[in-house]
Design a protein around this ligand. Structure first.
Ligand code: SF4
Ligand code: SF4
Length: 114
């Protein structure tokens, strides 16, 4: 599913907003990232390679939850704390690729703010 982004906003403009205005609000705080069953191992491995161990709660259906609050700085272990960029952007999980999938409160690029 392609993300829901304000029509006319270029990828460069979206990236600038996410990193410099919003500062990756959706990658930190009291939020949870959902992983597909087949993503858990590679996500954990990438975290280990980056020196950022990942704590995954495995769900009964085999998928996983990554609670940002369980990690240093209350952020996704893949988030660069200085640039607010994703350190595995090209290999990020499907949930991250799909987000925002609708007008989302607080999400600038989805049109969810004033
Ligand atoms: S909440 Fe929206 S605007 Fe903010 S970083 Fe995430 S996708 Fe970008
Ligand atoms: S993997 Fe990247 S895009 Fe996804 S929540 Fe973590 S930092 Fe954000």
């Amino acid at each position: 599913m392609p993300p829901h982004i304000i029509p006319g906003l270029s990828r460069e403009e979206s990236t600038d907003i996410c990193m410099n205005r919003c500062r990756a609000m959706c990658c930190r705080g009291q939020l949870i990232l959902q992983l597909r069953p087949e993503e858990i191992e590679t996500f954990s491995e990438r975290g280990k390679n980056l020196g950022a161990p990942v704590s995954v709660i495995v769900r009964p259906d085999g998928g996983g939850w990554v609670r940002f609050g369980d990690h240093p700085g209350e952020r996704c272990p893949m988030l660069d704390e200085e640039t607010f960029g994703c350190r595995i952007y090209d290999q990020r999980p499907q949930r991250c690729r799909d987000f925002p999938d609708r007008v989302t409160p607080g999400c600038i690029i989805s049109g969810g703010t004033e």
